[in-house]
Design a protein around this ligand. Sequence first.
Ligand SMILES: Nc1ncnc2c1ncn2[C@@H]1O[C@H](COP(=O)(O)OP(=O)(O)O)[C@@H](O)[C@H]1O
Ligand code: SF4
Ligand SMILES: [Mg+2]
Length: 334
Amino acid sequence: MSTAVTERPGPTPATTVPMLEVKDLVVRYGRGRRAATAPAAVDRVSFSIAPGETVGLVGESGSGKSTIGKAILGLQKVSGGTINYQGRDITSATAAQRRDLGGELRAVFQDPNSSLNPRNTIGTSLAEPLRLRGIAAAEARVKAGDMLERVGLPREAVDRYPSQFSGGQRQRISVARALICDPQLVVCDEAVSALDLSTQAQVLNLLADLRDERGLSYLFIAHDIAVVQFLAQRVVVLYRGQVMESGPAAAVTGNPRHPFTQALVAASPVPRPAEQAARREARESLGVRTGAAAVPAPGGCPFRLRCPLATDLCATERPALRRVGTADVACHYA
Ligand SMILES: Nc1ncnc2c1ncn2[C@@H]1O[C@H](COP(=O)(O)OP(=O)(O)O)[C@@H](O)[C@H]1O
Ligand code: SF4
Ligand SMILES: [Mg+2]
């Protein structure tokens, strides 16, 4: 990503009650007895987000990132562990109970169509969360116009339809809709992944500006570690539903200790060909096998079938997260 040189990870927040605390989260898909025996899509994941902090969640496709986001938003049933939001246990809160959280917890997804109904005007889509909170139509329309201007679009956009905008503009509108009720935590799931590099940089800067203005917390989910690095103060690296490494963004992305994080950093696309070649060489010298290796049997390190350092111990014992430098790393040999 071309913007990695001007990262904007924001100030280190004062630690008070965490905005969000996820503890030993387990999610298994399937119903009834099948759910009990299904492999965990999310397997004992813990992290917290301080007020005003951005935590990046990164991993390959299928690693469980969206599942974690959905569990936090109440869109996916949790099989184990707890989710606390501003000190309140919301692990199994119903949809109505979550609505009572008001506009505090919102999301921006990769596909703007998931939050913008193509048959509704932008004004209707933006006003909807306000109307649900009892705000009168006229006032909601004014607020929608204000919010559109704030994300860099003209007020007149309220009368247009999503199809009349580019992908980048639609994503700005999704951001406007997510923020219109003044949330405190926003889950951004691959929010810029479908955009070209320069549009990606614009939307990332917009997210950073809004965070700095409003003291927002983000859970910023992406498969590209360079995109995550741009916004996040802390980074959590997932592999097959398990945390491989987590810690300050500078440590995890600048000096990765886990073989999988090292491979992710080496695989992250960079716009300069010379650097790309150097990265490719570094990646090859790591000896990490690419692609979907065979699914490892349960137990042991989930990364062992792709890991150049794997030993017999890695097949029998799941490595616990332990402190290495300033990060926590789940590897017997980090
Ligand atoms: N609705 C579902 N039903 C069954 N399995 C699912 C469902 N959604 C996701 N999964 C599985 O859960 C795992 C994690 O998926 P997901 O959270 O979407 O990963 P990511 O967002 O990191 O790509 C994958 O193995 C995926 O196949
Ligand atoms: S625990 Fe073993 S298999 Fe897992 S990352 Fe470390 S060395 Fe590789
Ligand atoms: Mg996903």
